[in-house]
Design a protein around this ligand. Structure first.
Ligand code: NDP
Ligand code: 2IT
Length: 445
């Protein structure tokens, strides 16, 4: 593999697609060795076929706001690769959404879904719609208009979207309602549905719970546990909420959450009613964490800052991409962090990842750590297909088992000679091999 040539060509073809190019480079660097050892991959030109999505749908979303003004947003669905199962991946509604961000997320999703052990291909979609400050009625009208286009290319056996930033249970409800009306069927076409209409128990908690289950396995390789540890978490959305709950349940003290406005440091730990308050904060549609410090006055709000300056044993970045840079990593290391597990997708910059690995910090990437979300989506699809629903305990046990399997796969392919586990390499190689071999089996299509 001539990595620099591949990257140069890709950059020429897709100039300025920073996040997409970043994600591709990371995967290619990790798989270079195994790729070169298996000439059948090169003969089938697997790399060129993997880095380009199968197709991209871009569409216009027109909707009317509460003042009667007509608004126009852009909508996307990127169907990246379906070698091992139907396209599967979330929808993101955030003003920063563009092709590069969705392509990076869709590309990552291929390997993440492969790691889950379930038959799911990779996809991502979304819109530059900003949910901040919107009324429920505005969100409903937007979701309905979005689905008017999207429904044409999705289906329970072809492409199954779910939530991501800005898309939670409420949005999935509005999207599902419109799909059901247009397609004249009740199927598992979306995951993250409400419990009364096909949703799975544990799906809301799954990404955060899964992230902590994964981190628990990482700690166990060093004979450690969450008990008594200080944990810094970023974000205050769905993933952060699940991670705070599970880490607290396992005896850790979570001292931070964050939003675009800054971070909260709560020296008493975020537990009990404070975890419920996180849900209130998120559903207020205000996109700020500052009100937490009015509600719980012992907590301090640090405007415009990131939580990585707080001394902690374990860091779980759960907000967004590239939210933890080289300096943040250096500060965390200086303060004694020994485990960093990514709840968000690609929250650490490549320089930060390098620093963690150089310093032999237990570090694992989003595609392994946060795969519990999409894995539980896969479990929701199975329940929908069988027209049954499993008890909470059953779903949680399956999720736990899947996270342990992903951890095992990372160790199998990522263990260095000195015993250090390079989870980035492990996750990328394990995820890649399954998809690449499936592509080989199925010929050039
Ligand atoms: P939510 O919309 O529920 O929450 C995202 C949170 O991150 C919001 O609080 C958001 O605020 C905040 N945020 C965004 N940018 C920043 C920033 N620069 N600094 C601090 N906070 C910020 O989304 P999720 O919790 O679902 O998603 C979080 C991450 O986890 C994303 O990377 C997503 O791709 C990933 N993920 C989600 C899964 C899921 O099942 N939901 C599964 C796997 C991964 P704001 O909206 O104001 O920017
Ligand atoms: O990034 C992700 O894995 C998600 N947003 C969840 C995708 C899904 O289909 O459940």
């Amino acid at each position: 593999m001539n990595l620099e040539k591949i990257m140069n060509d890709l950059e020429k073809k897709h100039p300025g697609e920073k996040e997409y190019l970043q994600a591709v480079r990371e995967v290619l660097e990790s798989i270079e060795e195994v790729y070169n050892e298996n000439p059948q991959f090169e003969s089938a030109n697997i790399i060129d076929r993997l880095v380009e999505p199968d197709r991209i749908l871009t569409f216009k979303v027109c909707w009317v706001d509460d003042n009667g003004k007509v608004q126009v947003n852009l909508g996307y669905r990127i169907q990246f690769n379906n070698a091992i199962g139907p396209y599967k991946g979330g929808l993101r509604f955030h003003p920063s959404v563009n092709l590069s961000i969705l392509k990076f997320l869709g590309f990552e999703q291929i390997f993440k879904n492969s790691l889950t052990t379930l038959p799911m291909g990779g996809a991502k979609g979304g819109s530059d719609f900003d949910p901040k400050g919107k009324s429920n009625a505005e969100i409903m009208r937007f979701c309905q208009s979005f689905m008017l286009e999207l429904w044409k290319i999705i289906g329970p056996e072809t492409d199954v979207p779910a939530g991501d930033i800005g898309v939670g249970g409420r949005e999935i409800g509005f999207l599902y309602g419109m799909y059901r009306k247009l397609a004249r069927e009740n199927t598992g076409v979306l995951t993250g549905k409400g419990l009364n209409w096909g949703g799975s128990l544990v799906r809301p908690e799954a990404t955060g719970f899964g992230a902590v289950y994964f981190a628990k396995e990482m700690l166990a390789t060093k004979g450690e546990t969450f008990k008594g540890k200080t944990v810094a978490i970023s974000g205050f959305g769905n993933v952060a909420w699940g991670a705070v709950s599970k880490a607290t349940e396992l005896g850790a003290k979570v001292v931070t959450i964050s939003g675009p406005d800054g971070y909260i440091y709560d020296p008493d730990g975020i537990s009990g009613e404070k975890i419920d308050y996180m849900l209130e904060l998120r559903s207020s549609n205000q996109d700020i964490v500052k009100p937490y410090s009015y509600e719980f006055p012992n907590a301090q709000f640090h405007q415009g800052k990131r939580p990585w300056e707080v001394k902690c044993d374990i860091a779980l970045p759960c907000a967004t991409q590239n939210e933890l840079g080289k300096e943040d990593a250096a500060t965390l290391i200086k303060n004694g962090v020994f485990c960093v597990a990514e709840g968000a997708n690609m929250p650490s910059t490549p320089e930060a990842v390098e620093l963690f690995i150089e310093n032999k910090v237990l570090f694992a990437p989003g595609k392994a750590v946060n795969a519990g979300g999409v894995a539980t989506s896969g479990l929701e699809m199975s329940q929908n297909a069988m027209k049954i629903s499993w008890a909470k305990k059953e779903v949680d046990e399956r999720l736990h088992h899947i996270m342990c399997s992903i951890h095992e796969a990372c160790v199998k392919y990522g263990k260095d000679k000195d015993g250090y586990v390079n989870y980035v390499k492990g996750a990328n190689v394990a995820g890649f091999l399954k998809v690449a071999n499936a592509m080989l089996d199925q010929g050039v299509i």
